[in-house]
Design a protein around this ligand. Structure first.
Ligand SMILES: [Zn+2]
Length: 268
């Protein structure tokens, strides 16, 4: 399974002709969890905001009374803003035995509730971490069983089984846990995938602030991007799993005090 994911990641990297990271280093192999689709997006120096952002090029997108961007659908009708003035932090690809506890402790210290988009096979490996996420009052989001970037192109039955298997693993770890959201790996949404997600009474969850932390840029690059780009109502994409998250964790020490001074943070 791990080897096939690795092969998939390598194939995707070759397809887009962009490196999946520092492949020259033996201890830094291509990261199979990488959100491959984001490689085709602008570097984090350019903000990939929603078309509904109140920018001069889109003057019709006026802020709501709360000052938040008017809610607008993301790809294929997915949710990409919170719908209020609150900002949401989302952490993908865990639970990870090293990084999830560190992120949880930091969130606890800053009294921040977030949303964790978890991968089924990692849930099965580390069920206790799901308990800690729930106990701390964070929101759970299904991020597929196996981080299948192409899940949305598979048959509705296959998609449904993948999501159901992941939910079952979460519920096995924490009976009665609420799983209101689903996030497609890589943001590679399809109309079919979104339909299945809604049939399972989950909300397809996208984002609109992406510092591309999975590419492991320096912490200061992650934090400066998030601090500069995050506005009211935004959903920020970060990672607590899928590789060495040292830089994300360091960035959070700077990001959390900054955001909590300026925004209400919501677990969605
Ligand atoms: Zn992911």
């Amino acid at each position: 399974m791990a080897q096939s994911r690795l092969n998939l990641a390598v194939a995707i990297c070759a397809a887009v002709l962009i490196s999946c990271g520092p492949t020259g280093s033996a201890d830094a192999p291509p990261d199979p969890w990488n959100e491959a689709v984001a490689k085709t997006k602008p570097r984090p120096s350019k903000r990939a905001r929603t078309s509904a952002s109140p920018t001069p090029s889109n003057p019709s997108a006026s802020p709501t009374a709360s000052g938040a961007p008017a809610p607008s659908p993301g790809p294929h009708g997915s949710q990409q803003v919170t719908g209020s003035s609150a900002v949401a932090l989302t952490f993908d690809d865990g639970p990870d035995p090293t990084w999830t506890p560190k992120v949880l402790a930091l969130l606890r210290k800053h009294k921040v509730k977030a949303t964790f988009c978890v991968v089924g096979i990692e849930v099965k490996r580390h069920p206790k971490l799901i308990g800690e996420i729930v106990r701390d009052g964070h929101t759970l989001c299904n991020h597929t069983w196996d981080h299948d970037l192409r899940l949305g192109k598979r048959s509705p039955g296959h998609i449904k089984a993948n999501l159901a298997r992941t939910n079952a693993a979460i519920l096995s770890a924490v009976p009665g846990a609420q799983i209101p959201y689903f996030r497609q790996p890589g943001g590679m949404w399809t109309k079919r995938g979104v339909r299945v997600v809604r049939e399972l009474d989950m909300v397809p969850l996208h984002w609109n602030v992406d510092p591309r932390d999975w590419t492991k840029p320096p912490a200061r690059q992650i934090s400066s991007f998030v601090k500069r780009e995050t506005k009211k109502g935004d959903i920020v994409l970060l990672h607590d799993g899928g590789g060495n998250r040292t830089q994300t964790y360091r960035a959070l020490h700077d990001v959390l005090p900054h955001l909590t001074r300026r925004f209400q943070l919501t677990p969605l």
